[in-house]
Design a binder for this molecule. Structure first.
Ligand SMILES: Cc1ncc(COP(=O)(O)O)c(C=O)c1O
Length: 454
């Protein structure tokens, strides 16, 4: 490694891409393995895996290497999980040390747990001072729903949620979801309010002349329905394509919830841990949730989740019955070790602030792409979380999933991995990436779009 060279750039040397996007893609070993797997593997993989057809063998920082030795800049950070990049040395060290010591003692205390709880107390807003530990996003959302159910005053038997929200694939979480992943919508007990989807405004209005009418309707809904116990929401709606609310949206809704005694339950499974340039997206948007669920960014890709809440809520005897916050992998020592190492690096290296700086750069670069390509209908995001919406043309705004899929596949062939869902691509590079590689990633994306739409 030369003196001026970063470890990430050193990881790229030896790549099949002598220059990004100019390499020959080797596929032989990957095809062989995927054909073998197909004999036994159930279908139903993500679009990303099904279209990409890659076998990833190694990851280091922002770089992935496949089984044939091709390399990729990973702007999906695993699955929006590896905020520190792949196999961050301090997380690897914490996990391997713990792996030699102890793996599972149910939810009994282990030496790292107190450290982790103190760390969470430093990183999270002061009023969220009580925590329960879990292992996946859906699991922590279910735990939040149990708290809501247990503490709901008599007669308050409904839960509010937002259209376009996503909260996981377990049945409780799916009751909050109006659109679903390949299944019929299932809105059992929830009341769904308008999300702030300005690009496809359900009311056919324009911000700011709309006066954020979607929020007034949610507010009215809450005020008119005395049986709502909580509003479960993503502050920035991630899976639906990074929908960022306009100013005023959350102020109106939070005020209504406060005055009606409706609990604010922030699903920060995707946004928590610094992704949007604040430790919680709620902080960036001026929301003070009573309960927040975090997962993806907390342990750098190791299964881990945190339910954070006001002391009065999580200590409520109705919620905190014996075993209420326990499960097979809750308080898992390996998860705790990974989370502690990840969050210590985020705190020590001031990575949340770094996300804001890099986020501005990414915003400028992506807006230039938006100006250039007619089929890129909308570009929006916050911090290092961006959504790119592909359309057949700007006047109809008709979703163009075939373009998104082609851009995704072309970008992979050029050496860039992003996240794909329908007609939307999402970008979520690791917080540790340098400016030059961030730029290179956007250039590869530009080249991919150019190849598809030219
Ligand atoms: C906001 C949000 N909540 C919950 C989940 C479910 O998490 P998991 O896939 O870990 O169950 C996700 C997953 O993408 C998510 O984005």
């Amino acid at each position: 490694m030369t003196e001026a060279e970063s470890p990430d750039r050193a990881a790229l040397r030896g790549s099949s891409h002598t220059e990004w996007g100019a390499g020959v893609i080797r596929r032989h070993h990957q095809r062989k393995q995927l054909d073998r797997e197909a004999q036994h593997l159930a279908p139903g993989a993500s679009e990303e895996a099904a279209i990409g057809r890659r076998v990833f063998a190694e990851g280091r920082g922002p770089v992935l290497t496949d089984l044939d030795g091709n390399q990729y800049l990973d702007f999906a950070a695993g699955t929006l999980t590896q905020s520190l990049g792949h196999t961050h040395p301090e997380v690897v060290e914490a996990l391997t040390t713990q792996a030699r010591r102890l793996w599972n003692v149910h939810d009994s205390a282990t030496p790292d747990r107190a450290e982790l709880l103190d760390l969470l107390a430093r990183l999270l807003p002061g009023h969220l001072d009580t925590y329960a530990l879990f292992s996946t996003g859906a699991e922590v959302v279910e735990a939040a729903l149990r708290v809501v159910q247990a503490t709901a005053p008599p007669g308050r038997n409904r839960i509010g949620a937002l259209r376009h929200g996503f909260h996981g694939k377990t049945m409780g979480a799916r009751m909050l979801v109006q659109w679903d992943v390949g299944h019929q919508a299932f809105a059992g007990n929830s009341i769904l309010g308008y999300s702030p989807y300005c690009y496809r405004c359900p009311l056919d209005m324009e911000f700011p002349s709309c006066g954020v009418r979607c929020a007034s309707l949610v507010r009215k809904h809450i005020a008119d329905k005395p049986n709502v116990s909580a509003l479960v929401f993503e502050p920035v709606l991630g899976a639906a394509g990074v929908i960022v609310p306009p100013p005023g949206y959350w102020e109106q809704i939070s005020d209504a919830c406060r005055s009606q005694g409706v609990l604010l339950v922030a699903d920060e499974v995707l946004t928590g841990g610094g992704r949007t340039g604040a430790f919680l997206a709620s902080e960036r948007l001026g929301i003070e949730p009573d309960v927040a669920a975090l997962s993806k960014g907390t342990a750098n890709g190791f299964p881990f989740a945190v339910l954070a809440g006001r002391s009065a809520v999580l200590h409520d005897p109705a919620a905190a019955r014996p075993g209420a916050y326990a499960s097979t992998y809750a308080s898992n020592p390996l998860g705790i070790a990974a989370a502690r190492a990840t969050l210590e690096v985020i705190e020590r290296d001031q990575l949340v602030e770094r996300v804001r700086v890099l986020g501005e750069l990414l915003d400028a670069r992506l807006n230039a792409l938006h100006a250039r390509f007619e089929n890129l209908g909308d570009v929006r995001g916050l911090g290092l979380l961006y959504g790119l919406e592909f359309v057949t043309d700007r006047s109809s705004r008709r979703p163009a999933p075939e373009i998104a899929r082609a851009v995704y596949a072309t970008a992979l062939d050029l050496g860039l991995r992003v996240a794909l869902g329908g007609h939307i691509l999402r970008l979520a590079p690791p917080f540790t990436i340098d400016e030059a590689l961030l730029d290179e990633g956007v250039k590869l994306l530009e080249k991919a779009i150019e190849q598809v739409v030219a």
